[in-house]
Design a protein around this ligand. Structure first.
Ligand code: KIV
Ligand code: ZN
Length: 514
């Protein structure tokens, strides 16, 4: 039996923390459901004190996800810890994750505290967290640039205070694998009560070492790895979950360790995260990049045709990637649709199934061949629909050409009222966006906008991603359609709705702390 390594997923916290990635509550819950299906051991669902929106996301995930430990991050201060506990207390398996920086640079320049003060604060925080929750994780932020002797002392004292997991972050992605391994070895040797806690690592990717550092640390007794889907996260990101999981799966012979991850959910989860955050996965990204299993060179193709093991060390099916499977078409019935959805992991109750079937039929009218990826895209659109949308698109019409000024008419519904207006613009998209601005009265800056083909074929579905900025905060809207103009209009309206929902709920406050 190989030793189990716990996978702690922080896509919804460290991943969501990067600029432009902001997700609404439904989207967070949908990602959490996939993480649960993929059998990660811990979901870090957010940083509850950082904004009411974060609190709400963590609380809803804690209430809905039953089989996975749910944690919320908090600084080592009373207000944060209480708030984190309030957000996660209804989870079946709650964990409080508290942190304070331990490196000389952070203690002196950021916290303006002495090491002694930091030590005391860490211990008090863990004691308070423990009074609420049996499972407490303590992170020594910037551990890799901390004085090892001080780090040993902090870990020893927080374990005495009740920490059950001690986490070693390479916060700024500075460490090299050998060095990081030595740090873990030092902790293992010099913290007298270390056997009473699980050692965890949390590596950032500034020098491209996040996965290498995480895997190296396993040699020295680490039992939990913190990572994110597609490696998203602050700056250059975090260690990528799919790379860690597949390295341990493919090279179990080398590591002699395994995880609980159901690898078949890796690809669908990666797609979902990319779609909902709007962060495109680079084509050559290990495991989940679009080229990760594509063989272009003739000599490779010849080898693959003879035997896939010539150039393939993993099977695409292992990560849930299907090869060219035509799934359904316009004549497919409800049962075929339902059973294909079940195979893809969607068990829908009647109402949702009916709605999805209707939309599938509409799609099948426009698009002859429907693949699994079309269904995954359709489902993620349906399942994360924001029920709190303020404006609903009823209709748009654009007059355009290469010799006229593009003009658009848009009709929106808000509560029971219909609003209509028209505007012109530099192009058809600009004209519709301007008409929407006139109706909603919002003044935002369009900071990003792109369209990409989401599925295969000439009639592929296009996904439009729109990012708008208001007072320094960004809101991303995404939508898919076989008509790219329609996708763009819906994506823009989604971004505006997100912004208005947050403003209406008073959630427009500065989100990030630290
Ligand atoms: O990178 C980091 O140090 C963190 C901690 C809060 C765990 O994200
Ligand atoms: Zn981090």
């Amino acid at each position: 039996m190989t030793e189990k390594i716990f996978i702690f997923d922080t896509t919804l916290r460290d991943g969501e923390q990067c600029p432009g990635a902001s997700l609404n509550t439904n989207e967070k819950l949908e990602i959490a459901r996939y993480l649960e299906k993929m059998r990660v051991d811990v979901i870090e669902a957010g940083f509850p004190v950082s904004s009411p929106g974060d609190f709400e996301g963590v609380e809803i995930i804690a209430k809905n996800i039953k089989n996975t430990t749910i944690t919320g991050l908090c600084r080592a201060v009373e207000r944060d810890i209480k708030c984190a506990w309030d957000a996660i207390k209804s989870a079946q398996k709650p964990r409080i994750h508290t942190f304070i920086a331990t490196s000389p640079i952070h203690m002196k320049l950021k916290l303006e505290k002495t090491p002694q003060e930091v030590l005391q604060q860490a211990v008090s925080a863990v004691k308070l967290a423990k009074s609420y929750c049996p499972e407490v994780e303590f992170s020594a932020e910037d551990a890799s640039r901390s004085e090892p002797e001080f780090l040993y002392k902090v870990f020893e004292e927080v374990i005495k205070a009740g920490a059950t997991i001690v986490n070693v972050p390479d916060t700024v992605g500075y460490s090299q694998p050998d060095e990081f391994g030595q740090l873990i070895q030092g902790i293992k040797k010099n913290v007298p009560n270390i056997e009473q806690a699980i050692i965890s690592v949390h590596c950032h990717n500034d020098l491209g070492m996040a996965v290498a550092n995480s895997l190296e640390s396993l040699k020295f007794g680490v039992r939990q790895i913190e990572c994110t889907m597609n490696g998203i996260g602050e700056r250059a990101g975090n260690a990528s979950l799919e790379e860690i999981a597949m390295a341990l799966h493919t090279r179990e012979d080398f590591y002699n360790k395994s995880t609980n991850i159901d690898t078949h959910y890796i690809y669908p989860t990666s797609k979902l995260v990319s779609r909902l955050t709007g962060f495109v996965v680079q084509p050559n990204k290990a495991i989940v990049g679009k080229n990760a299993f594509a063989h272009e060179a003739g000599i490779h193709q010849a080898g693959i045709l003879k035997d896939t093991s010539t150039y393939e060390i993993m099977k695409p099916q292992t990560i849930g990637l299907e090869s060219n499977q035509l799934v359904l078409g316009k004549h497919s019935g409800r049962n075929a649709f339902k059973s294909r959805l079940l195979e893809l992991g969607y068990a829908l109750e009647k109402e949702k199934l009916n709605k999805s079937f209707e939309q599938f039929k509409q799609l099948a009218d426009k698009k002859k061949e429907i693949y699994s990826e079309d269904l995954v895209a359709l489902m993620s659109e349906i399942l994360v629909e924001d029920i709190t949308d303020i404006y609903e698109l009823k209709y748009f019409h654009v007059n355009t050409g290469n010799s006229i000024l593009p003009t658009a008419t848009v009709r929106l519904k808000k509560e029971d009222k219909i609003f209509e207006d028209a505007a012109c613009g530099d192009g058809p998209v600009d004209a519709v966006f301007n008409a929407i601005d006139r109706i909603t009265g919002v003044k935002v800056k369009l900071s990003d906008y792109y369209i990409k083909a989401l599925t295969r074929g000439k009639d592929a579905q296009g996904e439009a991603v729109v990012e708008i900025k208001d007072n320094g905060r960004s809101f991303v809207g995404k939508s898919i359609s076989t008509d790219t103009l329609e996708a763009s209009v819906k994506a823009y309206l989604k971004a505006i709705n997100k912004m208005l929902v947050q403003l209406n709920r008073g959630l427009g406050s500065q989100k990030k702390i630290d």
